[in-house]
Design a protein around this ligand. Structure first.
Ligand code: IMP
Length: 431
């Protein structure tokens, strides 16, 4: 096994950061391959909390090299703040443990502004994180984007920046009726950032290729989740990148198909931030209790997350679209003490049973989930104190076995608390 892609397989916030941080002990390289500062990966090690938005979760391990690969859209200002924060916590980021692909596209101040102005104007809001993600990917596809390699060449960057500022200022002034942005301000900030980041630039496809030749392990760290994928998610209520396993290959240029496994991370229930369909959403006191016990507040936006039951129709779709080889279930502890746990096994639509997921949002907004109920377990034994599968309460084991049998792939990891140690490994996907 040399490459493991770890993905969220719901609408993001599945607890990937924690699983990735745990698995990092068994790998040499951790790579972000899509998305940008819209992600929020919360890691808790020995009770100490770190929230990363752009920096790969591997950075907390000193033996690991962390990469930002070509598929990411990178906000260098945000990244410099993250690096300074880490350094204040004695985590040093140097060219020996961190590299940025020359081909990553940059998020510049005009991307964040237009993301905000558009969201303000939309009647049907998407609820974006306003981090400039969509506009930066648009520029990339329109061949107007500015890559990290362009940025490192001052003369080239200044020319491209001027062209793009003219383009955006026209829209700010005449379409949105907003203030224009100032070229000189962005140039001044960029000169500082160029010096800060110059040493990290690399052809990361070569780093990955050479690591594979040496027999090293690589972990590709997904951000957001399958149902937010630009092609396969609940469009248009999606993010602007491929959050699915194919995005891992495009977003790194490292196509070691025969040596790649794909681990899907899902919560024992479902959450969603932002707008869009959510068939199993709860609007009652059980939903409120799960949200409270699970601390369901966005790490990037601080917004309250919408909460609902686990949806196996959606999960089976994610297994198929990603070619998942195994699963990790997180936040099982949050369900402790409930009376019953429900799981959607099919949908009802216009009187008919619907067994497969659809990204037709008109249908998805109208489906009625068909639930199966499971007995929960009481609070007498805190799940977060358990380290081996056999010690889990009988009903928790029955629940996991029932999921495995319906989903037809193994659950290899069970997360029972936010700390790195609060993890039960049934089978290590790296072994
Ligand atoms: P954008 O990625 O900022 O363009 O936002 C598009 C949609 O994806 C919105 O519904 C966001 O709430 C959602 N989204 C983006 N990043 C994340 C994440 O890391 N977790 C959960 N939802 C996200």
């Amino acid at each position: 096994m040399s490459q493991l892609i770890v993905l969220g397989v719901q609408w993001g916030d599945e607890g990937k950061g924690k699983i990735i941080d745990f698995l990092t002990e068994f790998t040499n390289i951790v790579v972000r391959f899509q998305g940008g500062g819209n992600a929020g990966h919360t890691l808790i090690v020995d009770g100490k909390k770190t929230v990363l938005h752009l920096m790969p979760s591997g950075i907390l391990h000193n033996k690991v090299v962390s990469l930002i690969a070509n598929g990411v859209v990178t906000d260098l200002k945000l990244l410099s703040e993250e690096i300074n924060n880490l350094s204040q916590n004695n985590i040093k980021v140097t060219k020996d443990n961190f590299q940025i692909s020359y081909n990553t596209h940059l998020i510049l101040p005009y991307h964040k502004l237009i993301d905000k102005y558009r969201e303000e104007r939309r009647n049907n809001k998407i609820g974006t994180t306003q981090k400039g993600i969509g506009p930066a990917y648009e520029d990339k596809v329109a061949r107007r984007g500015i890559r990290f390699q362009d940025f490192l060449n001052k003369e080239r960057f200044d020319k491209l920046l001027k062209r793009n500022i003219d383009y955006y200022n026209f829209q700010f002034e005449y379409y949105f009726g907003k203030d224009k942005i100032n070229y000189n301000d962005i140039v001044a900030e960029s000169d500082f950032l160029r010096e800060f980041f110059a040493e990290y630039g690399k052809d990361t496809t070569l780093t990955l290729h050479n690591a594979t030749l040496k027999g090293e392990n690589i972990l590709l760290e997904g951000a957001q989740g399958t149902l937010l994928d630009i092609d396969h998610g609940t469009y248009p209520y999606v993010t602007s990148s491929n959050t699915t396993s194919g995005g891992g290959i495009i977003g790194t240029g490292h196509a070691t198909y025969s040596q790649t496994s794909v681990l899907g991370v899902f919560k024992a229930y479902t959450t969603r931030v932002g707008e869009g369909p959510f068939p199993t959403e709860l609007h009652d006191e059980i939903g409120e209790l799960i949200a409270k016990n699970g601390h369901e507040v966005g790490a990037t936006t601080g917004r309250a997350r919408r909460v609902g039951w686990l949806d196996l129709v959606a999960l089976k779709y994610a297994i198929r679209i990603n070619g998942l080889t195994s699963l990790a279930i997180t936040k099982l502890d949050v369900l402790s003490g409930l009376d019953k746990i429900k799981v959607a096994v099919a949908y009802k639509y216009e009187g008919e049973n619907l067994n497969s997921f659809t990204n037709n949002i008109e249908i998805l907004n109208k489906v009625e989930p068909i639930y199966q109920s499971y007995d929960a377990w009481d609070n007498s034994l805190p799940l977060d104190s358990i380290r081996v599968y056999e010690d889990l309460p009988e009903n928790a084991k029955k629940f996991i076995k029932a999921l495995e049998s319906m989903l037809e792939i193994p659950i290899e990891i069970v997360s029972v608390g936010p700390d790195r140690r609060e993890t039960i490994v049934i089978n290590n996907p790296f072994r």
